[in-house]
Design a protein around this ligand. Structure first.
Ligand code: ADP
Ligand code: ZN
Ligand code: ZN
Length: 726
């Protein structure tokens, strides 16, 4: 910069252009025109940038720029909806914490549909006036059609005009009997609950009341990080509901994070039933327009509770008093795209910004949370119902997917007319297919993994990249027709159960294949719930927070499968899976056989399985924390994972080695480079950084990645950084 050139004075906006290129880092200065004087932090501008037009977010305002007037461009236009200033700040924090870029982090907090230019769709909504209600009761002259429309409005509350006939309503409007107003509710996923009676809260148990008291104190103080550690069925949701109620009563808003909306319709339903219209629901099943409308309802303060998956942590609420994280152990809280943020960590940051309380809950909390949060306990199930007995079945030497004990228990369920849930965390028919003649194994051409047989669809599929091909009837290497299938998946277990138990025990399957297509998942869950008897078989999806009243048997097949993953969270995952499945069992006042859980495993003495069988989550946590301490794993220290991938292995390795050499001298423990299996046609090389000084390590990694960006780009290597990998 030349010192004696005149700098610009006037209204300047510092704008971060929303480009995904890592090399471009804003902010860049733009001169606002006088009519743009009301632009504030978070405003979205369309700006000229690098010879193109692009969207940008205002990070700050200034009165002077170091650039000379002739070098300052003006924004083309200002978009109607911008980002709240606190979310702009949050995005900056995320970019730093997760070694990403401000532009990428900002895309997380934009109003939905910004890029596509979604406009709020207006629809005409009709509402009954007092005069209209009198007309209905007082026998005013009405045609049949008019009467029907008024009655529908009284019964259902405000309704989209077109569904009742706009011309009819226009005439009623002329007489003052209805009011018609354009609203943006047309795309709302569930219509206004006005007129619907809201659900009443049950009296709390003493344990719930004690937990709630602590949260209420936190709400008053505007501070508090709680872990509601309660066994499955202990009434955690009721505590969340009361805490949200208290936040609302204090004039503040609340965010309720749930793992996956499609898998937790009951939880969402309970919030809507309790609070009605102030609840906005954000989920992936919504169209862009619907999301945009829910976002605006939150932004305007019309809705003050946001229920949704991890991205709901960015709900544009003005004043947040409480953030609930339901099932806080769930892996879906971690985002797998760049930035690889963790909604649980972001929630704590956001709570700091707002002076809000964080209330995380689980029956199987993460060791990280057990250490960092204030523990509140619900040690018993509601109504003193007991947890089901758990029996571990040793599968060594058993050459059938179902242990004889499991078959007997399922037969009991059939004769007693009850329900069972069978969990096998592997979809498809069999996990690999080989040739009996020459040993050829059908592999994915893009990844170093075997293809999985999906028999109903008649094909082999890669569960990593989605590659598919016809299922083979003969070996392509030697021509033999003896093609062998190995291992079992949910599809073959489903068939196994049908064959063994016939039509008296209907089988429902729940996994990513069976759930494909909108609403399929919710329909399967509803069908199982409505059925008099049956078995629900599926992947970990079957173990998520469902509250079915009459399940008396739970079965985990191949429980040690998660233990075989080379991952420090293997124990934690296995413990949670078994415990969560047990949590679905014995929840109602079932009169049939006593509730029980059978755990089939090749590792019957694995500690995580033994702890789960004893319902001993305290014991598990203690043991797991000790183990992690010894190995310097979280929460004792933090991990950062860097994966370099390229079409050719040497290129990936070269960049990983360079990164290693840049990061290690900064005083960090760097493990690797270690090869990972080829994925989507790319060879991969991994580094793992174990650090006690997390912020310093993140900075060192960020600097190293920036320094390597150019050479990585030239060699076709992409570098992905994962802070706190899951
Ligand atoms: P968790 O989330 O801890 O697994 P839930 O919140 O699903 O447990 O509660 C289990 C069941 O107990 C639900 O059907 C819920 O409606 C009911 N429940 C919760 N609290 C109470 C209470 N205080 N009195 C009566 N029933 C309750
Ligand atoms: Zn062969
Ligand atoms: Zn593949």
């Amino acid at each position: 910069m030349q010192a004696n050139l005149p700098s610009t004075q006037g209204l300047i906006a510092r704008v971060e252009p929303l480009t995904l290129t890592r090399a471009v880092r804003g902010p860049f200065d733009y001169r606002l025109r006088p009519e743009q004087a009301d632009v504030g932090v978070g405003a979205l501008l369309r700006v000229p940038f690098g010879g193109r037009k692009t969207l940008g977010v205002v990070l700050a305002l200034a009165t002077e720029s170091e650039l000379t007037p002739d070098r300052l461009a003006e924004p083309d236009s200002v978009l109607p909806a911008g980002v709240p200033a606190d979310l702009v700040e949050l995005a900056g924090w995320i970019a730093r914490q997760y070694c990403s870029t401000p532009a990428r982090a900002l895309t997380l907090v934009l109003p939905p549909g910004t890029a596509g230019g979604v406009r709020r769709k207006q629809v005409l909504v009709a509402e009954l006036t007092d005069a209209g209600a009198d007309a209905l009761d007082g026998g005013a002259p009405l045609t049949d059609r008019q009467r029907a429309a008024l009655e529908a409005l009284r019964r259902d509350g405000p309704t989209v005009a077109a569904t009742l006939g706009t011309p009819t309503l226009r005439r009623l409007e002329g007489r003052g009997l209805v009011e018609l107003s354009p609203r943006a509710h047309g795309r709302r996923p569930t219509f206004r609950a006005v007129g619907r009676r809201l659900d009443r809260a049950p009296a709390l148990t003493d344990e719930q009341a004690a937990a709630l008291d602590a949260v209420l104190e936190g709400l008053t103080a505007g501070d508090g990080r709680f872990l509601l550690h309660g066994v499955t069925g202990s009434g955690k949701t009721e505590v969340y509901l009361r805490a949200v109620e208290a936040a609302l009563a204090g004039g503040r808003g609340a965010i309720v994070l749930v793992p996956e909306i499609a898998l937790t319709p009951q939880t969402v339903g309970r919030f809507q039933a309790r609070f009605g219209d102030v609840v906005a629901v954000l989920h992936s099943g919504l169209g862009q327009g619907e999301r945009h409308d829910e976002w605006l309802r939150l932004r305007s303060g019309e809705a003050r509770v946001c229920v949704g998956p991890r991205s709901a942590v960015f709900a544009p609420l003005a004043d947040i008093g409480l953030i609930v994280i339901d099932e806080e152990h769930d892996a879906s809280y971690k985002h797998e795209g760049d930035p690889r943020y963790d909604a649980r960590t972001v929630a704590i940051r956001r709570a700091e910004q707002h002076g809000a309380v964080v209330l995380a809950g689980s029956a199987t909390p993460r060791p990280e949370s057990a250490v960092a949060l204030t523990r509140l306990r619900l040690p018993n199930r509601i109504d003193g119902r007991s947890l089901p007995g758990v029996e571990v079945l040793d599968m060594r030497g058993v050459h059938h997917p179902l242990h004889p004990r499991t078959r007997m228990a399922l037969a009991d369920v059939r004769s007693g007319g009850g329900k069972a849930i069978v969990l096998l965390n592997r979809r498809g028919w069999s996990n690999f297919v080989s040739c009996r003649g020459c040993g050829h194994v059908w592999m994915c051409p893009n990844c170093d993994v075997a293809l999985v047989l999906h028999r109903a669809a008649g094909r082999l599929a890669c569960h990593h990249c989605g590659h598919r091909r016809r299922a083979p009837s003969r070996c392509e290497a030697c021509g033999s027709v003896a093609v062998a299938r190995h291992g079992a998946g949910t599809e073959s277990v489903e068939q196994e159960l049908r064959d063994a138990f016939g039509s008296e025990l209907p089988v429902f399957r729940l996994d990513a294949d069976a759930a494909a297509g909108k609403d399929r998942l919710a329909r399967t869950l509803a069908a199982f719930e409505a059925a008099g008897a049956g078995v629900l078989v599926g992947t970990q999806m079957v173990a998520k927070g469902h509250d079915f009243a009459d399940v008396s048997l739970g079965v985990v097949l191949d429980a040690d499968q998660t233990l075989r993953f080379p991952d420090f969270r293997a124990e934690e995952r296995t413990f949670a899976l078994v415990t969560q499945l047990a949590g679905r069992v014995g929840r109602g006042e079932h009169s049939g056989p006593p509730a029980q859980v059978l755990v089939q495993t090749l590792a019957p003495f694995a500690e995580s399985i033994e702890f789960a069988a004893r319902h001993d989550s305290d014991g598990f946590l203690e043991q797991e924390l000790r183990r992690r301490n010894l190995l310097d794993y979280p929460p004792h220290g933090s991990l950062i994972r860097i994966v370099c991938s390229a079409p050719e292995a040497p290129e990936a390795l070269a960049v990983a080695t360079r990164l290693h050499d840049l990061i290690a001298p900064a005083g960090q423990t760097v493990l690797g480079p270690a090869p990972l299996f080829r994925l989507r046609g790319r060879s991969r090389s991994q580094l793992v950084i174990k650090c006690s000084e997390r912020d310093a390590a993140v900075r060192a990694v960020g600097a190293a990645v920036d320094e390597c960006a150019a050479v990585a780009g030239r060699r076709g290597v992409s570098v992905s950084v994962d802070v706190d990998p899951q």
